[in-house]
Design a protein. Structure first.
Length: 192
């Protein structure tokens, strides 16, 4: 079995996928709502030790964190890895409070590209070629910028922020090997 090497440099969707593929523990349960940020993760984890993969089955947004919480309650002897897009996380981040209250072993990765990138893609899919500034602004996650580290800590979950591939690898490894819930905000260098 050959897993990806740990990457270095800018934190991109590709390098994040390689880090996850290199570090995913055996028997993990992955809750995947990474959306556009998760395009490379499935291939990067193909040679990881056996694990289960749970994901969105339709067009709803916000299932990832509650799905991870449920998996951790159902399988308390297994590490759960929640892969969550920043826009989707804003729908149900109250799940972190329950994870903290129950001491659940859930490592949450928030892919921060500061955009509802999946909705931007959908605009193009329906033929909205020249979206105006108001439409673009509605799908932007700034003004104010979201601070997932503060949000998680405010609900009792330890959290860190990674800006490089090296930081992400170090923080994810530590989180996967520490009992209880945690959040790693992975600030991506680009939206895709």
């Amino acid at each position: 079995m050959v897993r990806p090497d740990l990457p270095s440099g800018a934190l991109t969707t590709q390098s994040a996928g390689a880090v996850i593929g290199a570090l995913l523990p055996e028997g993990a349960i992955v809750s995947d709502e990474a959306n556009t940020s998760g395009l490379f993760i499935a291939a990067a984890t193909a040679l990881a030790p056996p694990h289960d993969w749970l994901m969105l089955t339709g067009g709803a947004i916000g299932i990832g964190l509650p799905l991870a919480l449920g998996a951790a309650v159902a399988c308390p002897d297994r590490r759960v890895l929640a892969l969550e897009a920043d826009g989707s996380a804003m729908y149900t981040n109250q799940a972190w409070w329950t994870m903290a209250r129950e001491g659940l072993d859930v490592t949450n990765v928030i892919f921060s590209n500061r955009s509802y990138a999946i909705l931007n893609m959908e605009l193009h899919r329906v033929g909205a070629e020249a979206e105006g500034p108001r439409a673009k602004a509605m799908l932007d996650l700034s003004r104010p910028d979201l601070d997932f580290v503060s949000l998680a800590r405010g609900m009792g979950v330890p959290a860190t922020r990674a800006d490089t591939s090296e930081e992400f690898a170090e923080q994810l490894d530590r989180a996967l090997n520490t009992p209880g819930p945690s959040v790693v905000e992975a600030v991506l260098a680009s939206a895709f």
